[in-house]
Design a protein around this ligand. Structure first.
Ligand code: ZN
Length: 497
């Protein structure tokens, strides 16, 4: 007797290429069989007319809370990882998460940038403090962002980062764009640590610009050099946003580096609008407009939906609240066909993952919201990608435009991200696949109606089309309705098998 039988769906396994009508049986949180006439089950889901696929693995999820999980469940996500920033101390982060009713599987990298804040300015790192909050601290003394480390400081930064990996961190978060002062010697030592521990690094490149010096291309070439110089696996976060309008050139240099066998991977999210904190250093670059091709009116305050008027306005907002969240409309994908084509290059990059960069949910006053309200009220804001990344990709690229075959699209949301992280936790070999023995993280969705609904005006609208979302064999969404008591998410740490 199986625990659960998903009957009569279009079963897709992106690793083997399986794409056929079949039943999927689940027992003990794992997939026990796939085929027909699999025998009785305690519970049956009728998947007639629906796609049955592995749950999506999001490598870039900053939300890490119950409301964030709920919104991502409707987007098909079953594993949400905070890798680009990470956490420190890592042990304290996992302890804090274990006290909440997480729906999705979760994990974090070790936060190099927090190690840097601790060493360079003596910032105290508190166990369990949300990474987004730590990102906003230390702006009264920005040496952690602007200064190169001495040899002694670099050794201390590496030692603290190593502690995070030892406590279970899934690699090293390197949001270098927030600390562009970090030098090549320090970065080479950080990457040595990644190579030694066989864990990836996840980089937000040190600078974003379409003009030299300090162009995005310079940063990608430096990253490729680090992969070659240290043997580290360098994962490039959000190729779409950090390349700005140079994504074709960026894709070309990355592809050539990969063809030479360097361990480089990448991801993108299907939006031309980014999200960050107002204190991000590149906003105050005197050449901001020349470098990015946008003006300050492309920056929108999340809490008020107000567009900035100029650099003085930006500085005033930074002063008042350095961790205030902003949207940055860097590509005009609504009206500019050229910009849409650029987004395509990043989203459709061969072998690249789809990853959301989902932002945490905030309340009207800008403070984080981690409460239990459901549905989330319209006063809760983040970024539409926090609720609609994967369904937007399915809707636009697969269904509406037929730009990518469904099996390939699902691979970009499942087995491709799983492979990116599996060197550090063999457990990922059981995720992102729909095969007997794999973890029962499964989505059952209606391709014809799968769609993101969140917009920049209404970010709180859950996506639609996910009829059933199953995490470790347990239903999180059933018949399109959230089970508000479900909490099957499990921690994933380095070394987990
Ligand atoms: Zn980033």
């Amino acid at each position: 007797m199986h625990d659960l039988l998903i009957k009569g769906g279009r079963v897709i396994d992106p690793e083997t290429g399986r794409d056929e009508m079949a039943d999927v049986a689940i027992s003990g949180g794992r997939i026990s069989a796939i085929g027909t006439d699999l025998g009785p089950a305690r519970k049956v889901i009728d998947a007639t007319g629906l796609v049955v696929a592995p749950g999506f693995i999001d490598l870039h999820a900053h939300g890490q809370s119950v409301p964030a999980d709920r919104m991502q469940a409707f987007d098909g996500v079953t594993t949400a990882l905070e890798l680009e920033v990470g956490a420190l101390p890592v042990g304290g982060w996992y302890e804090a998460q274990a006290k909440t009713a997480r729906l999705l599987n979760y994990g974090t990298a070790s936060a190099w940038i927090f190690a840097r804040k601790a060493v360079m300015i003596g910032l105290e790192l508190k166990a369990g403090e949300a990474p987004i909050t730590v990102m906003g601290r230390g702006f009264d003394d920005p040496r952690w962002s602007t200064d190169a480390a001495t040899e002694l400081q670099a050794a201390e930064i590496v030692a603290l980062t190593r502690k995070g990996i030892d406590e279970g961190g899934l690699g090293i978060g390197i949001p270098a764009g927030y600390a562009p002062g970090a030098g090549a010697k320090e970065m080479s030592l950080v990457c040595d640590l990644a190579a030694e521990t066989d864990t990836p690094t996840y980089t937000h490149i040190a600078q974003m610009s379409n003009i030299d010096p300090k162009s995005s291309i310079e940063a990608y070439v430096t990253l490729i050099g680090l992969a070659g110089a240290t043997g580290a696996h360098m994962h490039i976060c959000h190729l779409n946003s950090t390349s700005l309008q140079d994504v074709e050139r960026a894709a070309a240099v990355i592809a050539r580096a990969q063809a030479q066998g360097l361990k480089i991977t990448t991801e993108a999210y299907p939006y031309g609008t980014g999200s960050t904190v107002v204190s991000a250093g590149f906003f105050v670059d005197p050449a901001f407009s020349a470098r990015t091709g946008t003006g300050y009116n492309a920056i929108e305050l999340v809490a008020s939906h107000r567009r900035l008027e100029g650099v003085d306005d930006l500085k005033a907002v930074r002063q008042a609240d350095p961790s205030a969240l902003v949207l940055w409309h860097f590509l005009d994908t609504e009206d500019n066909p050229r910009h849409r084509a650029l987004l395509d290059v990043s989203v459709m990059y061969p072998g690249g993952a789809i990853a959301s960069d989902a932002m945490p949910w905030s309340q009207a006053d800008g403070t984080p919201y981690e409460g239990d309200e459901w549905p989330l009220g319209p006063d809760k804001t983040a970024h539409p990608r926090s609720s609609g990344t994967f369904t937007r990709f399915l809707r636009q690229w697969v269904r509406e435009r037929d730009a990518i075959p469904l099996v390939e699209a699902i691979a970009k949301c499942t087995v491709i991200p799983a492979r990116i992280v599996e060197s550090c936790a063999p457990l990922f070999r059981r995720k992102g696949r729909l095969q007997p023995g794999c973890d029962a993280d499964i989505v059952v969705f209606d391709l014809a109606s799968s769609a993101d609904r969140a917009t920049f005006a209404e970010m709180n609208l859950p996506a639609e089309g996910m009829r059933h979302v199953i995490v470790n064999g347990q239903s999180v969404v059933a018949d399109g309705v959230l089970d508000v008591s479900a909490a099957p998410g499990r921690p994933i740490r380095r070394g987990d098998a």
